[in-house]
Design a protein around this ligand. Structure first.
Ligand code: ADP
Ligand code: MG
Length: 337
Protein backbone atom coordinates (compact mmCIF):
# COMPACT_ATOMS: atom_id res chain seq x y z
CA UNK A 1 0.00 0.00 0.00
CA UNK A 2 2.97 2.35 0.17
CA UNK A 3 2.74 5.15 -2.35
CA UNK A 4 5.42 3.91 -4.76
CA UNK A 5 4.97 6.58 -7.40
CA UNK A 6 7.13 9.12 -5.61
CA UNK A 7 10.12 9.99 -7.79
CA UNK A 8 10.80 13.71 -7.44
CA UNK A 9 14.04 14.55 -5.69
CA UNK A 10 14.06 18.36 -5.35
CA UNK A 11 13.16 19.37 -1.80
CA UNK A 12 10.22 21.70 -1.38
CA UNK A 13 10.58 21.87 2.38
CA UNK A 14 14.11 22.21 3.65
CA UNK A 15 15.02 22.40 7.32
CA UNK A 16 18.60 23.52 7.85
CA UNK A 17 20.51 23.61 11.12
CA UNK A 18 17.33 23.84 13.21
CA UNK A 19 17.94 24.39 16.92
CA UNK A 20 15.06 24.87 19.34
CA UNK A 21 15.83 25.87 22.92
CA UNK A 22 13.65 26.44 25.96
CA UNK A 23 15.23 28.56 28.69
CA UNK A 24 14.04 27.34 32.07
CA UNK A 25 15.02 28.58 35.50
CA UNK A 26 18.46 29.67 34.42
CA UNK A 27 19.08 26.44 32.52
CA UNK A 28 18.61 25.81 28.83
CA UNK A 29 16.83 22.80 27.38
CA UNK A 30 17.90 22.07 23.79
CA UNK A 31 14.94 20.11 22.40
CA UNK A 32 16.13 20.15 18.77
CA UNK A 33 19.87 20.29 18.26
CA UNK A 34 20.97 21.00 14.68
CA UNK A 35 18.44 19.14 12.52
CA UNK A 36 18.71 19.08 8.71
CA UNK A 37 15.75 17.47 6.95
CA UNK A 38 14.40 17.80 3.41
CA UNK A 39 11.09 16.67 1.98
CA UNK A 40 10.51 16.39 -1.76
CA UNK A 41 7.18 16.96 -3.48
CA UNK A 42 5.04 13.85 -3.09
CA UNK A 43 7.35 12.30 -0.51
CA UNK A 44 6.21 10.81 2.80
CA UNK A 45 9.06 11.41 5.22
CA UNK A 46 8.91 9.43 8.45
CA UNK A 47 10.39 10.58 11.74
CA UNK A 48 11.04 7.86 14.32
CA UNK A 49 12.52 7.91 17.79
CA UNK A 50 11.70 7.33 21.43
CA UNK A 51 9.51 9.70 23.39
CA UNK A 52 11.30 12.95 24.22
CA UNK A 53 13.61 12.87 21.18
CA UNK A 54 12.27 16.18 19.84
CA UNK A 55 9.95 14.95 17.08
CA UNK A 56 6.99 17.10 18.10
CA UNK A 57 9.01 20.24 18.86
CA UNK A 58 10.78 19.89 15.50
CA UNK A 59 7.55 19.46 13.53
CA UNK A 60 5.71 22.18 15.42
CA UNK A 61 8.44 24.68 14.66
CA UNK A 62 7.62 24.35 10.94
CA UNK A 63 4.31 26.11 11.58
CA UNK A 64 5.50 27.90 14.73
CA UNK A 65 2.84 26.07 16.72
CA UNK A 66 2.56 24.72 20.23
CA UNK A 67 4.93 26.22 22.71
CA UNK A 68 6.34 28.60 20.12
CA UNK A 69 6.41 31.85 22.00
CA UNK A 70 8.83 34.48 23.08
CA UNK A 71 10.61 32.16 25.53
CA UNK A 72 11.37 29.52 22.90
CA UNK A 73 14.22 30.35 20.57
CA UNK A 74 14.68 28.88 17.11
CA UNK A 75 17.88 29.01 15.07
CA UNK A 76 18.42 27.82 11.52
CA UNK A 77 16.18 27.94 8.47
CA UNK A 78 12.95 26.30 7.38
CA UNK A 79 12.63 26.99 3.67
CA UNK A 80 9.23 26.48 2.06
CA UNK A 81 8.34 27.80 -1.39
CA UNK A 82 11.35 30.12 -1.34
CA UNK A 83 10.55 31.63 2.09
CA UNK A 84 12.11 31.07 5.48
CA UNK A 85 9.16 30.17 7.73
CA UNK A 86 11.11 31.06 10.88
CA UNK A 87 11.31 34.65 9.66
CA UNK A 88 7.89 35.04 8.07
CA UNK A 89 5.69 37.80 9.56
CA UNK A 90 2.94 36.29 11.75
CA UNK A 91 0.15 37.52 9.43
CA UNK A 92 1.65 35.58 6.50
CA UNK A 93 2.22 32.56 8.73
CA UNK A 94 -1.47 32.56 9.65
CA UNK A 95 -2.40 32.48 5.95
CA UNK A 96 -0.11 29.49 5.43
CA UNK A 97 -1.35 27.43 8.38
CA UNK A 98 -4.17 25.11 7.41
CA UNK A 99 -4.01 26.17 3.78
CA UNK A 100 -0.64 25.24 2.26
CA UNK A 101 0.56 23.29 5.29
CA UNK A 102 -1.89 21.40 7.50
CA UNK A 103 -1.32 19.45 10.68
CA UNK A 104 -3.02 16.60 12.52
CA UNK A 105 -2.17 15.42 16.03
CA UNK A 106 -2.41 12.25 18.07
CA UNK A 107 -5.45 13.49 19.96
CA UNK A 108 -8.00 15.06 17.57
CA UNK A 109 -9.91 16.52 20.54
CA UNK A 110 -7.07 18.97 21.17
CA UNK A 111 -7.83 20.52 17.76
CA UNK A 112 -11.59 19.98 17.46
CA UNK A 113 -13.89 22.25 19.41
CA UNK A 114 -16.26 20.29 21.69
CA UNK A 115 -18.96 22.95 21.53
CA UNK A 116 -19.52 23.09 17.76
CA UNK A 117 -20.80 20.47 15.33
CA UNK A 118 -18.48 18.92 12.76
CA UNK A 119 -20.38 20.86 10.06
CA UNK A 120 -19.79 24.22 11.77
CA UNK A 121 -16.06 23.57 12.22
CA UNK A 122 -15.44 22.13 8.78
CA UNK A 123 -17.45 24.62 6.75
CA UNK A 124 -15.76 27.49 8.58
CA UNK A 125 -12.40 26.40 7.14
CA UNK A 126 -13.81 26.68 3.62
CA UNK A 127 -15.84 29.86 4.09
CA UNK A 128 -13.00 31.70 5.85
CA UNK A 129 -9.93 30.39 3.96
CA UNK A 130 -11.50 29.81 0.56
CA UNK A 131 -14.38 32.27 0.50
CA UNK A 132 -16.86 29.47 -0.30
CA UNK A 133 -20.60 29.99 0.08
CA UNK A 134 -22.06 28.04 3.01
CA UNK A 135 -24.10 25.62 0.90
CA UNK A 136 -21.16 24.89 -1.38
CA UNK A 137 -18.88 24.42 1.65
CA UNK A 138 -21.26 21.90 3.19
CA UNK A 139 -21.39 19.84 -0.01
CA UNK A 140 -17.58 19.87 -0.22
CA UNK A 141 -17.29 18.82 3.45
CA UNK A 142 -19.59 15.86 2.89
CA UNK A 143 -17.45 14.85 -0.11
CA UNK A 144 -14.26 15.06 1.93
CA UNK A 145 -15.72 13.06 4.81
CA UNK A 146 -16.78 10.39 2.32
CA UNK A 147 -13.25 10.48 0.89
CA UNK A 148 -11.84 9.64 4.33
CA UNK A 149 -14.07 6.56 4.52
CA UNK A 150 -16.98 7.94 6.55
CA UNK A 151 -20.02 6.02 5.36
CA UNK A 152 -22.71 8.53 6.40
CA UNK A 153 -21.14 11.97 5.91
CA UNK A 154 -24.35 13.96 6.38
CA UNK A 155 -25.03 12.31 9.75
CA UNK A 156 -21.40 12.89 10.75
CA UNK A 157 -21.65 16.60 9.88
CA UNK A 158 -24.54 17.00 12.31
CA UNK A 159 -22.64 15.47 15.24
CA UNK A 160 -20.45 17.00 17.93
CA UNK A 161 -16.90 15.59 18.01
CA UNK A 162 -17.42 13.85 21.37
CA UNK A 163 -20.23 11.81 19.82
CA UNK A 164 -17.71 10.18 17.44
CA UNK A 165 -15.25 7.33 18.06
CA UNK A 166 -11.51 8.06 18.13
CA UNK A 167 -11.08 6.67 14.60
CA UNK A 168 -13.96 8.82 13.30
CA UNK A 169 -12.55 11.92 15.01
CA UNK A 170 -9.21 11.32 13.32
CA UNK A 171 -10.95 10.94 9.93
CA UNK A 172 -12.74 14.25 10.55
CA UNK A 173 -9.37 15.86 11.36
CA UNK A 174 -7.91 14.50 8.12
CA UNK A 175 -10.95 15.69 6.14
CA UNK A 176 -10.57 19.15 7.73
CA UNK A 177 -6.89 19.16 6.84
CA UNK A 178 -7.84 18.35 3.23
CA UNK A 179 -10.34 21.22 2.95
CA UNK A 180 -7.75 23.62 1.60
CA UNK A 181 -5.80 21.03 -0.41
CA UNK A 182 -2.53 21.48 1.51
CA UNK A 183 0.77 20.74 -0.18
CA UNK A 184 2.21 19.35 3.04
CA UNK A 185 0.47 17.43 5.81
CA UNK A 186 2.26 17.16 9.13
CA UNK A 187 0.91 14.15 11.04
CA UNK A 188 2.26 13.86 14.59
CA UNK A 189 1.52 10.36 15.96
CA UNK A 190 -1.87 10.36 14.16
CA UNK A 191 -2.57 6.68 14.82
CA UNK A 192 -0.98 6.21 18.26
CA UNK A 193 -4.25 6.52 20.20
CA UNK A 194 -6.16 4.15 17.91
CA UNK A 195 -6.60 0.39 18.07
CA UNK A 196 -4.74 -1.77 15.54
CA UNK A 197 -7.55 -2.17 13.00
CA UNK A 198 -8.45 1.52 12.91
CA UNK A 199 -4.74 2.40 12.83
CA UNK A 200 -4.36 0.26 9.70
CA UNK A 201 -7.35 1.98 8.05
CA UNK A 202 -5.92 5.45 8.75
CA UNK A 203 -2.51 4.42 7.35
CA UNK A 204 -4.20 3.18 4.18
CA UNK A 205 -6.15 6.42 3.94
CA UNK A 206 -2.95 8.50 4.21
CA UNK A 207 -1.18 6.33 1.61
CA UNK A 208 -4.16 6.71 -0.74
CA UNK A 209 -4.20 10.50 -0.33
CA UNK A 210 -0.50 10.63 -1.10
CA UNK A 211 -0.95 8.49 -4.22
CA UNK A 212 -4.00 10.30 -5.54
CA UNK A 213 -3.29 13.91 -4.56
CA UNK A 214 0.52 13.77 -4.53
CA UNK A 215 0.43 15.40 -1.09
CA UNK A 216 3.75 15.39 0.77
CA UNK A 217 3.70 14.30 4.39
CA UNK A 218 5.83 14.47 7.47
CA UNK A 219 4.72 11.40 9.38
CA UNK A 220 5.88 11.23 12.98
CA UNK A 221 5.57 8.02 14.95
CA UNK A 222 7.37 5.92 17.50
CA UNK A 223 5.77 2.94 15.74
CA UNK A 224 8.34 1.64 13.27
CA UNK A 225 5.81 -0.76 11.74
CA UNK A 226 3.62 2.17 10.69
CA UNK A 227 6.65 4.03 9.33
CA UNK A 228 7.83 0.96 7.36
CA UNK A 229 4.40 0.60 5.81
CA UNK A 230 3.80 4.21 4.83
CA UNK A 231 7.01 6.19 4.41
CA UNK A 232 9.45 6.68 1.54
CA UNK A 233 12.25 7.93 3.76
CA UNK A 234 13.01 7.55 7.46
CA UNK A 235 14.78 9.95 9.81
CA UNK A 236 15.70 8.53 13.22
CA UNK A 237 15.84 11.10 16.02
CA UNK A 238 17.45 10.84 19.44
CA UNK A 239 17.91 13.62 22.01
CA UNK A 240 17.21 16.35 19.49
CA UNK A 241 19.42 15.06 16.69
CA UNK A 242 18.94 12.93 13.57
CA UNK A 243 21.22 9.91 14.05
CA UNK A 244 20.37 8.13 10.80
CA UNK A 245 18.35 8.72 7.64
CA UNK A 246 17.82 6.74 4.46
CA UNK A 247 15.19 5.63 1.98
CA UNK A 248 12.81 3.38 3.96
CA UNK A 249 13.68 0.09 2.26
CA UNK A 250 17.40 0.77 2.76
CA UNK A 251 17.04 1.78 6.42
CA UNK A 252 14.98 -1.26 7.36
CA UNK A 253 17.17 -3.74 5.47
CA UNK A 254 20.52 -2.22 6.47
CA UNK A 255 20.24 -0.16 9.67
CA UNK A 256 23.67 1.26 10.49
CA UNK A 257 23.38 3.21 13.72
CA UNK A 258 23.36 1.04 16.87
CA UNK A 259 20.40 3.18 18.04
CA UNK A 260 18.35 2.35 14.92
CA UNK A 261 19.24 -1.34 15.36
CA UNK A 262 18.09 -1.18 18.97
CA UNK A 263 14.78 0.39 17.93
CA UNK A 264 14.24 -2.27 15.27
CA UNK A 265 14.91 -5.08 17.74
CA UNK A 266 12.20 -3.65 19.96
CA UNK A 267 9.60 -3.71 17.14
CA UNK A 268 8.07 -7.22 17.25
CA UNK A 269 6.11 -7.06 13.99
CA UNK A 270 9.25 -6.18 12.04
CA UNK A 271 11.02 -9.34 13.14
CA UNK A 272 8.36 -11.99 13.60
CA UNK A 273 10.89 -14.85 13.49
CA UNK A 274 12.14 -14.09 16.95
CA UNK A 275 10.31 -15.58 19.92
CA UNK A 276 10.67 -14.88 23.63
CA UNK A 277 10.41 -11.61 25.51
CA UNK A 278 10.89 -8.36 23.63
CA UNK A 279 14.28 -6.75 24.13
CA UNK A 280 14.48 -3.08 25.07
CA UNK A 281 17.30 -0.61 24.58
CA UNK A 282 19.32 -0.67 27.80
CA UNK A 283 19.20 2.41 30.01
CA UNK A 284 17.03 5.49 29.69
CA UNK A 285 17.17 8.62 27.55
CA UNK A 286 19.38 11.12 29.45
CA UNK A 287 17.83 14.41 30.49
CA UNK A 288 18.12 16.97 27.69
CA UNK A 289 19.65 19.28 30.32
CA UNK A 290 22.56 16.85 30.58
CA UNK A 291 23.02 15.61 27.01
CA UNK A 292 26.27 13.61 26.66
CA UNK A 293 29.19 15.58 25.29
CA UNK A 294 30.15 13.17 22.49
CA UNK A 295 27.65 11.07 20.58
CA UNK A 296 24.20 11.62 22.10
CA UNK A 297 23.61 7.84 22.26
CA UNK A 298 26.97 6.92 23.87
CA UNK A 299 25.58 6.32 27.37
CA UNK A 300 23.38 3.47 26.06
CA UNK A 301 25.33 2.26 23.03
CA UNK A 302 26.78 -1.27 23.38
CA UNK A 303 29.54 -0.33 20.90
CA UNK A 304 30.60 3.04 22.36
CA UNK A 305 34.31 3.70 22.91
CA UNK A 306 36.36 6.60 24.19
CA UNK A 307 36.01 8.66 21.00
CA UNK A 308 32.19 8.32 21.11
CA UNK A 309 32.18 9.68 24.67
CA UNK A 310 34.45 12.64 23.96
CA UNK A 311 33.65 13.92 20.45
CA UNK A 312 30.37 14.34 18.61
CA UNK A 313 30.41 12.32 15.37
CA UNK A 314 29.81 14.16 12.08
CA UNK A 315 27.01 13.12 9.72
CA UNK A 316 28.60 10.51 7.42
CA UNK A 317 27.29 9.08 4.15
CA UNK A 318 28.56 5.49 3.81
CA UNK A 319 26.15 4.80 0.90
CA UNK A 320 24.43 7.32 -1.42
CA UNK A 321 21.42 8.79 0.40
CA UNK A 322 22.13 6.76 3.55
CA UNK A 323 23.45 9.09 6.25
CA UNK A 324 24.51 8.14 9.75
CA UNK A 325 25.90 10.08 12.69
CA UNK A 326 28.20 7.43 14.18
CA UNK A 327 31.99 7.19 14.44
CA UNK A 328 31.92 3.52 13.33
CA UNK A 329 31.46 4.66 9.73
CA UNK A 330 34.22 7.27 9.67
CA UNK A 331 36.54 5.04 7.64
CA UNK A 332 38.07 8.01 5.91
CA UNK A 333 37.71 11.77 6.01
CA UNK A 334 36.27 11.68 2.48
CA UNK A 335 32.75 10.61 3.39
CA UNK A 336 32.28 13.26 6.08
CA UNK A 337 29.46 15.63 5.04
N1 ADP B 1 7.08 23.83 25.98
C1 ADP B 1 8.16 23.18 26.39
N2 ADP B 1 8.94 23.71 27.35
C2 ADP B 1 10.04 23.07 27.78
N3 ADP B 1 10.46 21.88 27.29
C3 ADP B 1 9.72 21.29 26.34
C4 ADP B 1 8.53 21.90 25.83
N4 ADP B 1 8.00 21.08 24.89
C5 ADP B 1 8.82 20.01 24.82
N5 ADP B 1 9.84 20.13 25.68
C6 ADP B 1 10.95 19.18 25.87
O1 ADP B 1 11.58 18.99 24.62
C7 ADP B 1 12.00 17.65 24.47
C8 ADP B 1 11.43 17.07 23.20
O2 ADP B 1 10.04 16.92 23.35
P1 ADP B 1 9.08 16.38 22.18
O3 ADP B 1 9.38 17.09 20.91
O4 ADP B 1 7.70 16.49 22.69
O5 ADP B 1 9.51 14.85 22.03
P2 ADP B 1 8.80 13.69 21.18
O6 ADP B 1 7.73 14.31 20.36
O7 ADP B 1 9.90 13.09 20.35
O8 ADP B 1 8.30 12.73 22.19
C9 ADP B 1 11.56 16.91 25.73
O9 ADP B 1 12.64 16.83 26.61
C10 ADP B 1 10.47 17.80 26.28
O10 ADP B 1 10.39 17.66 27.68
MG1 MG C 1 5.66 13.89 20.34
Amino acid sequence: MTAKRWKAREPFLQIRGLKVKFPERGRELVAVDGVDLSIARGEIAGVAGESGSGKSVMSQSILRLGAYDSTQSCEGEILFAGQDLLRLPEAEMRRLRGSRIAVIFQDPMTSLSPVHTVARQMTEVLTLHRGCLKIEARRRCAELLARTGIAAPEACLRKYPFELSGGMQQRVMIAMALCCEPELLIADEPTTALDATVQQQILELLAGLNRELGMSMLFISHNLGAIAQLCHSVHVMYLGQILEEAPAAELFSRPLNPYTRGLLQCAPHLDSRRGGPLPTIAGTVPSPYRAPAGCRFCTRCPEADERCRSAEPPMLEPAPGHRVKCWKYAVSERNCL
